[in-house]
Design a protein around this ligand. Structure first.
Ligand SMILES: [Mn+2]
Length: 326
């Protein structure tokens, strides 16, 4: 299994890892070295352009050589000029800048040996009724994605949807709209990244969203975490929605997902190294439970369409863990 997590999580709790004298001048390289102390972490994901400011691809490669970590991919972080949108920005020059920044990110991803470039359009959306021409905006997003996917047909490009924040409504904010856009773009190298908190925010059942993406053969990335539904809380895996997390992992196995498992969590008061290790442990424990229980047995339960039996799965999980303790 391939596990990655957020580099920016490793900027907190500095005193646990860095010396006082180092704290003033920390760079992406220092954070990568800190990430390399996480047991079980195999990959890192870098934000573009954020993590490439003041460094080069060669320097990042040199730091990675000192560790056992590889680059999983690059994620777009549109900042500064993009308050009014990225691919649907009303100003054509800013829109073009968003498209060219995405292309640069894909090239960086390829140079670093990454697998997937992830696009999250933070600002393409609206806050008020009568504020946006929906069809025109969607046309612009589809057109941008067509340009990008056609220019890099051998690179995997994934769309991460989020229903709101920072906008009141995202233009592409749920699984169905994402799959609609992907179908309109019509490129085989475009897929979807499923973020657990984003799905909860939209009141989607995460495993159902995964099944829909799987039905269209568009699963490209997972961002796992947990939260209290209406906010992008970025809590530890399985802490709030344990059974839905178990169901999500079951469907990941059913669709033979072998891509990256990225923990999009925000440890602020926790040691980020231990927090990440615990996310990996949790994923592996839930995965191992499903293996031991038997995927066929789980499928039989699903086919029974019986809620009482489904609840027994949770009882079995608790029992197995309790037996391990004794
Ligand atoms: Mn995410």
């Amino acid at each position: 299994m391939k596990f990655a997590t957020r580099l920016n999580s490793f900027k907190t709790q500095k005193e646990l890892f860095f010396k006082d004298s180092e704290k003033q001048s920390l760079t992406v390289h220092d954070y990568i070295l800190r990430m390399s102390t996480v047991k079980g972490l195999t990959h890192i994901e870098l934000n573009y352009p954020e993590h490439f400011v003041g460094t080069t691809v060669e320097e990042i490669q040199n730091v990675l050589k000192k560790t056992n970590l590889k680059v999983s991919g690059v994620a777009l972080r549109f900042k500064d000029h993009y308050t009014f949108g990225e691919f649907a920005n009303p100003d054509e020059s800013i829109r073009r800048k968003a498209i060219s920044e995405t292309m640069e990110a894909i090239e960086m991803c390829d140079k670093l040996g990454g697998d997937v470039t992830t696009i999250w359009l933070a600002n393409d959306g609206f806050d008020y009724p009568f504020q946006l021409n929906y069809e025109k905006a969607l046309d612009k997003v589809v057109d941008a994605l067509k340009q990008i996917t056609q220019r890099y047909p051998d690179s995997k490009i994934s769309f991460e949807y989020k229903p709101y924040q920072p906008r009141a409504f995202s233009l592409v904010g749920d699984i169905s709209t994402t799959l609609l856009v992907i179908e309109e773009v019509g490129a085989p190298n475009l897929g979807v990244t499923l973020d657990f908190c984003h799905m909860l925010m939209k009141k989607e059942n995460p495993a159902y969203s995964l099944a829909l993406a799987g039905r269209k053969n568009r699963i490209m990335g997972f961002h796992l975490n947990d939260g209290y539904n209406d906010n992008d809380d970025g809590l530890m895996l399985g802490t709030i929605h344990l059974l839905q997390t178990l169901e999500f992992i079951y469907y990941a196995k059913k669709y033979n997902y072998d891509g990256l498992i990225y923990f999009d969590t925000f440890p602020i008061r926790e040691d980020p190294v231990k927090e990440c290790e615990q996310n990996i442990q949790m994923y592996k424990a839930l995965d191992a439970f499903l293996e031991n229980y038997g995927l066929e047995k789980v499928e039989n339960i699903i086919n029974e369409e019986n809620a009482l039996q489904a609840q027994q799965l949770l009882m079995s999980l608790m029992k197995e863990q309790a037996e391990k303790v004794h």
